[in-house]
Structure formats: C-alpha cells, structure tokens
Design a binder for this molecule. Structure first.
Ligand SMILES: [Zn+2]
Length: 447
C-alpha cells in the first residue's frame, strides 16, 4: 500500500539531510580516544604535551573531524520490491560500523548494520526498495553523524490524476495519490502516445463535468477522480472504469488512456471508518487501468468468444499472465489451466470481473472487501500482462491462496450496509471508446 510522507516525516528528512552535510561535533568517542593517545605519547615533558595538544588542535582545524560520505551507490534506480543493484559504500566511518534505517519509501534491509571493509569504509546491507513509486531513503548513522542515501523506483508508466466534483480534503486526495504511486510501481512499461483534441470532448464523453476538455498527449493514463453524490447512502459506493482505450493500427489496445473513478460521498465516511478506504480506492483504480474491465469484452469470433474468461456456471480466467501469477501464489492445481472468477456472488459490477471470493478470500481484487488486510497479489499484477502492460511482479504484497478452512470474510456491502446486496460497485455506463495512438514517446524517463 502506498506510503505517504507525512509533514512530520518530511520535516525529519529535511533535518536529517542537513545533518548529513554537517561536520560532526567534536568530542565524539573516537576523537577523545585519539586525543588521549597522542597526549600519552607526548608526555615526556610538560612542554612537549602542550605542543602535542596544540598539534592535535591544529590538525583538527586543518582537516576537520570525520564526515560520513557516500563513496558509491547513491541515487540508484531499481524496480519496486527489488534490491538496488550496486553495493552502497560509506566512507568517513573511521572503521566503525554504522546503523542503517529505512527513512522513507517502505523498503526493507537485510540487516541494520553494514560490513566494515579493510579500508575502513562500510558496505550497507542489502536494501530492497518499497512497493510504491515514491522517494526511497536510507539513513546511515554512526554516533551523532548521519547521512541519507536516496534511490528511485523504476517505472515509465505515467498516471495523470485529476480531481473533479466536490472539493476533496488533502487526506482524501492523498488516498488517490497513494493508489497511483502503488500502481506506478506495478505497471512499469512505457505506453504509446494518444493525442487528444478538444473536438474529442473526452471529459464530456467520460461523464466528467466541471473541468476543461483535456487536450494534448497522453503517454500513460489520465484518471478523473471524484468523491461526490452517486445515488445516496447504502447503494452504489463506487463507479469506475476505462472510458477511452488505445487503438493501434485499427486494433483495440486494452491499455486505458482515459478513465474515471467516482465514489459516493454518502458512503465514504463509513468506509473510511472501517479503515479500508485506501484499499477500495486502489481496487477501483486497478479497474480503471483495466483489471476486470475487459475480461468479458467480445473477442469478435463467430463463437461469441470473449477475451479473457470462459463465462458460465464455473467462470474462469484464461489469460496466461493471470494463470502464471495464480500458480506463483500456490495455485498450481487450482489454476492448472485457468483461474476461478466470481460468477455467483454480487451484482453485475462484480460477476465476471473479479477473482472468486471463495477461492481467493482477502485478495484485493476479489469482488468483496475483507476485514483486515486485502493484499495485492502477484496474480493480479501478472494478469495485467494479459492486457499488454509490462509489470513488476516483485511489487506484490505477500499472499498465498488460503488452504483448508477459508477464513471468515465479510462483504463490502456489509461495511456500507448496502441495501442491495452485492451491488456496491459498477462499471461506467458506456463501453470504452478508442483513441488512436501516434507512436512511442521519445523520452523514456523514469518519472
Ligand atoms: Zn471491483
């Protein structure tokens, strides 16, 4: 789940960063030891010792006390959930080991201390980056001396998030930004450019009001998001999906160019109260990106085949990425040839577009929210490959298919006390339209 840097943390980073460049205060343990050793060796006479002390002070003045510095390995880039590739080496340690702490980005360390090398430098433990495309920071500490190392999460996927409707609080906006950062760590490949002109009236076509019609290039996804009234309390909570996809050489490319996600303000507080609002927003944003939105899209053959599922009583997902992802989370037999899809519980917005609740329980992209955490698994990430995305499965949350007794779960409509069981979520009213692509962007920056 996305990590937000709180004002407090940001302030701390600022302070730490400035500390990193500061000269360490004199009188640290090592400084004192050095001084006393020199004094002892020079104690043949009072004059000599005075001279020696003067010499040490002079040396201190000319070279300054030891300052930590990053000898190599700063500002690396790696995929979310993977270690930075090159060793991080700290100099100025005076041969002492250092303490390492992840300061921002949600990454993990193989140890809290490094390895002291023969030349007195310290090599950091393995630093595995977090699972969101947010700044990654690692703090190194020896005594009162600190320095901060940074790294970037590698992604070329761009999400242009635009809010509409009622003004959201900063905290509400942050939930959408967090979801976007999480998804940018999962979808990492660059997308072909779509050029929108005012005559496309794209916002109007997407049912988005009160904003200027978008124009210009979209080389990722443009998402309109709102928390506003839909149908009043306890009915539809969220309505989301793609409203424009790409068209390449007259063929549909199911990577969304423009999408919409709307939440009913009448239901949002009860959901926030349950603590699951962030997960629901990430869930809906994945639908906008394309998860479940095209599974039943007509495939165009005479047999009425649809894209990624075999509809029917035992509806199953047939995309190779999703199958591989399911097998990777323990579903070697469950998903030997296909993945169980929700076919019976929930309304039209749930059936045929989510993993099956009775099989996958609290996975984020089942049709129902569970109490506690709802992990975003490798299966969900890998299924996005079937839509044409390049993904990073290392950004997945830990998840294995529940075996034996399935834990008790409750449905999203229980949280919101929806009066129509299951019908808590629905797609956009119109099928997505196509906008032609005009090539691959020139730059391939990671931001
Ligand atoms: Zn859903």
């Amino acid at each position: 789940m996305g990590k937000q840097i709180t004002p407090f943390a940001a302030e701390r980073l600022l302070k730490t960063a400035s500390r990193g460049f500061k000269v360490a205060s004199p009188g640290s343990l090592r400084d004192r030891q050095t001084s006393s050793r020199v004094i002892f060796m020079s104690s043949l006479s009072f004059v000599a010792s005075v001279l020696a002390v003067a010499l040490v002070v002079a040396c201190s003045d000319s070279t300054g006390p030891t300052v930590l510095a990053v000898k190599s390995g700063d500002k690396q880039t790696a995929l979310a959930g993977t270690p930075v590739p090159a060793p991080i080496v700290i100099s100025g340690t005076g041969g002492q080991n250092a303490t390492f702490t992840v300061l921002a980005g949600g990454g993990t360390l193989s140890s809290t201390t490094g390895t002291v090398n023969a030349d007195g430098t310290v090599t950091a433990p393995t630093w595995t980056l977090g699972k969101s495309a947010v700044p990654q920071q690692l703090e190194v500490t020896i005594g009162s001396r600190k320095i901060v190392i940074t790294a970037n999460v590698q992604t070329s996927y761009k999400i242009d998030l635009r809010f509409f409707g009622r003004t959201m609080t900063a905290a509400q906006q942050a939930l959408f930004t967090n979801a976007a950062n999480r998804i940018r760590a999962i979808v990492v490949g660059q997308l072909p450019v779509v050029t929108i002109s005012a005559s496309d009236s794209a916002a109007t076509a997407c049912g988005v009001t009160g904003v200027p019609e978008p124009t210009g290039s979209v080389d990722g996804i443009l998402i309109y998001a709102s928390i506003d009234s839909i149908d009043g309390r306890n009915k539809i909570l969220a309505q989301s999906g793609p409203c424009f996809v790409r068209v390449q050489n007259t063929q549909l490319d199911f990577r969304t160019s423009i999408g919409v996600m709307k939440f009913d303000s009448a239901d949002i507080n009860s959901l926030a109260g349950s603590g699951n609002l962030q997960e629901v927003i990430t869930h809906e944003m994945l639908h906008v990106v394309g998860f479940g939105s095209f599974w039943a899209f007509p495939g165009g053959d005479s047999a009425g085949k649809v894209l990624l599922i075999n509809p029917g009583a035992d509806v199953r997902y047939t995309g190779q990425g999703g199958i591989a992802g399911c097998q990777a989370i323990g579903g070697v037999s469950t998903c030997a040839t296909s993945v169980p899809v929700e076919g019976s519980q929930g309304g039209d917005g749930t059936i045929n577009s989510h993993w099956r609740e009775t099989t996958f329980n609290n996975e984020l992209m089942t049709g129902f929210l569970n109490s506690g955490v709802n992990p975003l698994s490798k299966m969900t990430i890998k299924s996005l490959e079937d839509l044409g995305y390049t993904v990073d499965a290392s950004a997945a949350d830990p998840f294995t298919i529940p075996g034996g007794s399935v834990r008790a779960s409750f449905r999203a409509d229980d949280i919101t006390a929806t009066t129509t069981p299951g019908a808590w979520e629905k797609p956009l009213p119109r099928a997505p339209r196509g906008l032609p692509t005009t090539g691959i962007p020139q730059s391939s920056g990671s931001k």
